[in-house]
Design a protein around this ligand. Structure first.
Ligand SMILES: *[C@@H]1O[C@H](CO)[C@@H](O)[C@H](O)[C@H]1NC(C)=O
Length: 458
């Protein structure tokens, strides 16, 4: 290391430690709005009843979708010397999925899969909230823990259809398992995603989502305490729940950690220079902030668009099924494993089936989810308070199941611990961003292990 680097790192260390000591330590919990209204017009009282719900998409919607897929205008040729996903989803793979969607894909089959779990709707803060509610078999488990699981973008509750059985009835799905605990799983659609109504007002962010889901769990369903789990935006929603309402939670389990405080940045920079001194686990001896930035630059264009002008790009995606499909599936490729960028088929079917992937996309299509789901980025990134809120230390016992191929780079425990009270930390051997969808068994195992440690089972 050159002298200039040592001086630069030293100077940075002093500045950052000063900022940390100055801002950290005596942190008072930040205030947050305890109520909100996101429905149309002036605030009206919610209809607090819980109504059973079945998905039943009208035939005309499916017919219209097929016709639009058929009439897709492809306006370009694949570059002759580019056969992979490095310029985005390549045309050959687009056409392969297009043909399947048009001629073989069966929405009714997916609908039946989703309707297998009991679903309900209720109204909170002016919005219709849709949720899956799957209970363990009666009298089979000593302890039943309510578990709120929250999806992210570009996903929806369909990501959970494989993991729910492992959670709600583990002994029936894990070979030889004898678990004393099982979960009563509540999987809501974030408003604007899936079948939950989109906000009519600006400002619908991850703090509001946490508040609405707390109302769902406590006030509508009557759970006094519960466990929470999430990845992607779901991770921010459930960690916000921990910041806002620690008294209601047993713990927080995430499969992606939002870590953005000054101390973490400091550790991250220092750790890039002296990883063997800073991090215990050998896995992080090649830790590099530079590598992280390069990955982020390559993969975060979508984020900048959605954080600034979501409606402009959303109009086109909402009008073209193949445009929407391409935008979403490119993420399922790279976020499942960044090396899939270099494959002609984007590795999409290494981990998921065409049916599974197209069901995620079809849910966005039939519900017009894309614009509200993109606005969710703007509400966070254009709101300094929401970002400050997310930087507050999370005190409740927290678990991170870290999947190696998730987007960005993997964070060492020492860095994650600057942001949250990590009591359970698992470095998974395989898997990426869509953990519940790709590795349901492994993720469920980790959630059960953390819960067993955290909730005293007697
Ligand atoms: C972390 O959680 C444990 C278990 O509840 C608790 O004993 C401990 O005080 C917490 N640590 C912090 C820093 O809040």
């Amino acid at each position: 290391m050159k002298a200039i680097h040592i001086i630069a790192v030293g100077a940075l260390a002093i500045v950052v430690s000063y900022l940390y000591v100055y801002h950290g330590g005596s942190q008072e919990p930040m205030k947050f709005p305890t109520d909100g209204y996101f429905g149309p017009g002036k605030k009206t009282a919610d209809d607090t009843s819980i109504k059973p719900f079945k998905i039943n998409v009208p035939d005309e919607v499916l017919k219209d979708l097929k016709e639009r897929i058929k009439r897709t205008r492809i306006g370009h040729k694949q570059l002759e010397d580019v056969q992979d996903f490095t310029y985005g989803m390549n045309l050959k793979t687009v056409m392969d999925f297009k043909n399947y969607w048009e001629t073989k894909y069966d929405w009714r089959k997916a609908e039946a899969q989703l309707n297998y779990f009991p679903q309900y709707t209720t109204q909170i803060e002016g919005l219709k909230i849709h949720f899956i509610h799957a209970k363990p078999p009666a009298n089979k488990y000593k302890v039943v823990i309510p578990l709120l699981i929250v999806h992210g973008w570009p996903g929806n509750v369909y990501e959970f259809y494989k993991i729910i059985p492992y959670l709600s009835d583990p002994n029936n799905h894990f070979d030889g398992a004898e678990s004393d605990i099982a979960f009563e799983v509540i999987a809501p659609s974030i408003p604007g995603y899936g079948w939950s109504e989109a906000s009519q007002k600006s400002g619908f962010d991850q703090i509001a989502t946490a508040r609405i889901f707390r109302k769902l769990m406590n006030e509508r369903l009557g759970f006094k305490r519960f466990m929470v789990q999430g990845g992607d935006w779901g991770s921010l929603v459930v960690t916000n729940l921990g910041r806002m309402y620690p008294e209601f939670l047993y713990g927080v389990h995430v499969n992606m950690a939002f870590v953005m405080n000054a101390k973490a940045n400091f550790l991250s920079i220092l750790g890039s220079f002296f990883p063997t001194l800073m991090f215990k686990d050998k896995e992080f001896y090649d830790y590099s902030v530079k590598k992280m930035f390069l990955e982020i630059i390559k993969e975060s264009g979508y984020m900048h668009i959605q954080a600034t002008k979501p409606d402009t790009v959303g109009i086109g995606l909402n009008d073209s099924p193949i445009g929407l499909m391409t935008y979403i599936l490119e993420k399922f490729s790279t976020w499942t494993n960044p090396s899939f960028r270099n494959l002609a088929d984007g590795g999409l079917e290494k981990k998921f089936t065409k049916d599974e992937l197209l069901t995620i996309v079809t849910i966005y299509w039939i519900n017009g989810n894309i614009i509200p789901s993109q606005r969710y980025y703007r509400e966070y990134f254009a709101n300094l308070e929401a970002q400050e809120f997310a930087k507050q230390y999370l005190r409740v016992p927290t678990a991170l199941a870290s999947f190696p191929h998730d987007l960005g780079i993997r964070l060492p425990r020492e860095i994650v611990e600057t942001a949250m009270n990590i009591t359970h930390f698992t470095l998974m051997k395989d898997g990426g961003h869509f953990a519940a969808f790709e590795m349901p068994k492994q993720l469920a195992t980790d959630i059960i292990a953390f819960t067993t440690e955290t909730v005293r089972v007697v």
